[in-house]
Design a protein around this ligand. Sequence first.
Ligand code: FES
Length: 197
Amino acid sequence: MAKTTETVDKGAEARNAPGADAPVPVLERAPLRGEISRRGFFGVLGAAWATFTAAVVGGTLTMGRFMFPNVLYEPPQEFKAGFPDEFVVDNVDTRYKASHGVWIIRESTGFYVLSTVCTHLGCTPNWLASDEKFKCPCHGSGFVKTGINVEGPAPRPLERYKVTFAEDGQLLIDKNTKFQEEKGQWTMEGAYLPYNG
Ligand code: FES
């Protein structure tokens, strides 16, 4: 009997001990194989949402680029270059070299228009007035005022573009039509514009 009384007293001691009424913390169970924890679940959900958002944003940007493509400025292939009297006889007019890629040459009998593209590898030669020739800075090709190649690796003359008079009397240059000397095209109509004014 004395043993039983001792057991009851120990239980009462435990219930009355300091902190006995404090809430017992709930220990989270470690995930078993094949399960994911709550934190892991939300991590996966967040990653999936980020991937989805990135895909939507990327698709929107692609669509935007498709709807608003980059616009490259290209000068018109056909343009008016001014009235005949604005050009000096025996002079190479370089005003349209940078903007339209042509030289306009006036002779006492008319006009012709040369391309500024070197026939070697496509560099842009310079007109050297004192030497009376076009000189390419890349590999040294030289062309006389008519466009004939005379030095360097260029295999053929500069090309000419079509030149006519517009209705208002200005020179009308059409870069859609070109003439190559080696093909006998410099004698074709449009390769040279007669003018005796
Ligand atoms: S590109 Fe003109 S000489 Fe080579």
